[in-house]
Design a protein around this ligand. Structure first.
Ligand SMILES: [Zn+2]
Length: 251
């Protein structure tokens, strides 16, 4: 038995609905459900899959066929699954991310699943797939910021809201500890020597400097960062919208 066989990992997987009341955009499409996670990764996951996504969208009054655009921050399986729910939507992906999904760095092969690539490449028409290069203003109030680091074609989505500019940073610093490593609220073991610098995540295709530069560029454009896998998201929003949330309880 491996020592961590029974470890519990609190790592939520998110998909974000962005709407002005009329246009409905999904940022990332969530991950596989429990059966897939067990079969492929031997993980006992809770939630996920098409059922959960349909359910969560319904809870905010949205059917999958109302989603016109799905922005994929990158093509890892826990961000770009369930795409069969959105056959009529336009997928928006950085071109470099598609190349990387075809030929990933060896350590990342496990994160790119064939189904995601087929779903993306299966949309040959421009109306079904928009490949972008670099920073793009997708529409007023929604900016894509190319942020190589975690993957070469990673992109963050900066959404202008009534409360300010929110960067859905996905896995470009997937917890608050990456963004504020010296802050005791953000990091269980604060790294005081880091000061205001960024702590790149351990899963990365690019150098630490390239990764940190991407984080810096995002923060220059946003008032708050919302990381993909911080266990405090989304519970601590919007109550503590523009602050690093309080430290989570131990355990
Ligand atoms: Zn990822």
């Amino acid at each position: 038995m491996v020592p961590w066989a029974h470890a519990v990992i609190k790592e939520p997987v998110h998909a974000w609905l962005v709407t002005d009341g009329a246009t409905k955009i999904l940022v990332d499409s969530g991950g596989p459900g429990p059966a897939e996670m067990k079969r492929r990764l031997s993980v006992d996951a809770v939630g996920g899959g098409t059922e959960t996504l349909v359910e969560r969208l319904a809870a905010v009054g949205t059917r999958p066929d109302e989603i016109g655009t799905v922005i994929l921050t990158h093509l890892h399986f826990d961000h770009a699954w369930n795409l069969e729910l959105f056959p009529g939507a336009q997928l928006v992906v950085q071109r470099d991310e598609v190349f990387h999904a075809v030929d990933p760095t060896p350590t990342q092969r496990i994160y790119y699943l064939r189904e995601t690539l087929s779903a993306v490449l299966g949309r040959k028409r421009p109306s079904g797939l928009r490949l972008v290069d670099g920073d793009v203003e997708l529409m007023p109030g929604i900016e894509l910021v190319k942020a190589p680091g975690h993957t070469p074609g990673m992109q963050a989505v900066v959404v202008t809201t009534e409360r300010g500019r929110v960067a859905l940073v996905s896995d470009c610093g997937d917890s608050y500890a990456n963004w504020y490593p010296a802050n005791p609220n953000a990091a269980a073991r604060p790294m005081r020597y880091m000061g205001e610098d960024f702590l790149p995540g351990t899963i990365r295709s690019e150098s630490e400097r390239v990764y940190a530069d991407s984080m810096r560029r995002i923060l220059q454009r946003a008032d708050i960062v919302v990381p993909a896998h911080d266990e405090r998201i989304p519970k601590s929003i919007p109550e503590e919208w523009f602050a690093v949330p309080a430290a989570p309880p131990p355990g």
